[in-house]
Design a binder for this molecule. Structure first.
Ligand code: ATP
Ligand code: MG
Length: 405
């Protein structure tokens, strides 16, 4: 069937170039869902009959990179944007499944460890996780392919339905438990009854999911603009106790209630283009109420500045995100902006503070608290959006350069 979706021009161009080179190519995944829901896609995934090397040939070596161990796909660079181009694959045969004896640790019998068999577009549709994720769109002729026969209808009704046997699909890859609930939170979808029953039954399998894939999902959720809706969905379905146990244990507390309101504030500002989608700001936003509680018991009250607080901020920050190991750059940046909060609110040494590293992020964290809780008319005016002092790299003295060999 045909349907008119407004696709970014450069994405259309990528599909056109692959088509002109003789390959089949479609937009797939989250972008189709977003476009059908009238939302702006955050990124695009493309699926094609071209093999990774062939994609590289079409777009040239400079713009592309083959990545991935589990399956190889191409990253195509367009300015700051990365577009994922994957080759049609089929569902793995029994040989792709490894039992616990081979793997050396207890894993579900049907867990998939390798799925790198190329296939047709239709086979690629069937190997995907949910019907709403198996829609293939060709922007050149507006054709949408719904191989499972349920995708379009499920999009219309807001239903998350596993493709095939739901219990088996969750067992094959327990990260799908989380992916299903992301759809529930992000779009306010409901779950088809079979899928929901299987999800509850298979939930404990999440402990077998690879920690690095889960941390990647955490980063994606925090970077995106639906964390305030996704985390409550995780809690309602009992996933949060595995994914963010600290937040789950503290769910019915004023601190978590405040954290969700702050996250909603952060997400609204990103959606409105008031600040970039920084992961470290999102992380600091979620952790802030727990830090306040540690020092002064009241939400929205911040904490008095004392040298002893510095180590504690870092400690609470890491505790809130366990069992994930946040990359150092993220946790250090979040720590820095949290440390600056008391100074920003209580000081009037504007010139001094705006020159500090991390000022713009710290200001954003303060603005989030201000729009959600404090509603002070003066803070925004007092603190300029950009640092007053520009960091300029030191000019190198040409005469001191080492001679070229
Ligand atoms: P997001 O908006 O978070 O990017 P997405 O659905 O596009 O959502 P991706 O991780 O980008 O998620 O995956 C792209 C597509 O690849 C999915 O829509 C789905 O069709 C397929 N896919 C991803 N992960 C799995 C999985 N674990 N099992 C089966 N299919 C998957
Ligand atoms: Mg995607």
């Amino acid at each position: 069937m045909t349907i008119k979706l407004t696709v970014a021009p450069h994405i259309r161009d990528i599909i056109r170039r692959l088509t002109e080179a003789g390959y089949e190519a479609y937009i797939v995944g989250g972008a189709i869902r977003d476009l059908m829901m009238g939302r702006a896609p955050k990124d695009y995934d493309i699926s094609t009959s071209a093999r990774p090397e062939q994609v590289k040939e079409v777009f040239g070596r400079k713009r592309t990179m083959i990545i991935g161990k589990r399956f190889r796909l191409v990253h195509l660079y367009h300015g700051n944007e990365i577009i994922e181009i994957s080759t049609f694959r089929q569902a793995p045969e029994e040989t792709g499944r490894i039992t616990d004896k081979q793997f050396g640790k207890p894993t579900p019998e049907n867990m998939i460890f390798s799925d790198n068999e190329y296939g047709t577009a239709e086979e690629d549709g069937w190997r995907r996780d949910f019907t709403v994720n198996a829609l293939f769109y060709n922007p050149l002729n507006d054709e949408i392919k719904d191989f499972t026969g349920h995708g379009i209808e499920d999009m219309k009704n807001g239903t998350v339905r596993a493709i095939g046997n739901a219990a088996l699909r969750f067992e094959e890859d327990p990260v799908r438990l989380l992916r299903a609930l992301k759809l529930v939170g992000q779009y306010s979808f409901h779950m088809d009854q079979d899928t929901e029953e299987a999800l509850f039954r298979q939930m404990p399998l999440i402990v077998h999911a690879s920690p690095s894939r889960l941390t990647l999902e955490l980063e994606k959720i925090m970077k995106g603009i639906y964390s305030h809706a996704i985390l409550p969905a995780f809690h309602r379905y009992g996933l949060l106790r595995y994914f963010l146990p600290y937040v789950d244990e503290n769910w019915d507390t004023p601190a978590t209630e405040y954290a969700m309101r702050l996250l909603a504030g952060r997400n609204k500002r990103v959606a409105e283009g008031q600040f970039r989608d920084s992961i470290s700001v999102a992380i600091a936003t979620l952790a802030l109420p727990y830090i306040e509680r540690r020092f002064c018991c009241e939400t929205g009250a911040l904490w008095p500045y004392e040298p002893r607080t510095l180590g504690i901020i870092y400690q609470v920050l890491n505790e809130a995100f366990q069992p994930h190991h946040l990359i150092k750059r993220l946790s250090m940046s979040a720590d820095r902006m949290l440390q600056l909060q008391t100074a920003l609110v209580n000081s009037n040494k504007v010139g001094k503070i705006t020159g500090l590293q991390g000022y713009t992020h710290a200001r954003e964290l303060m603005m989030i608290q201000n729009i959600v809780e404090w509603h002070s008319p003066t803070l925004e005016k007092l603190w300029p959006p950009e640092p007053a002092i520009e960091f300029k790299p030191k000019k190198r003295n040409r005469d001191n350069r080492r001679p070229r060999r």
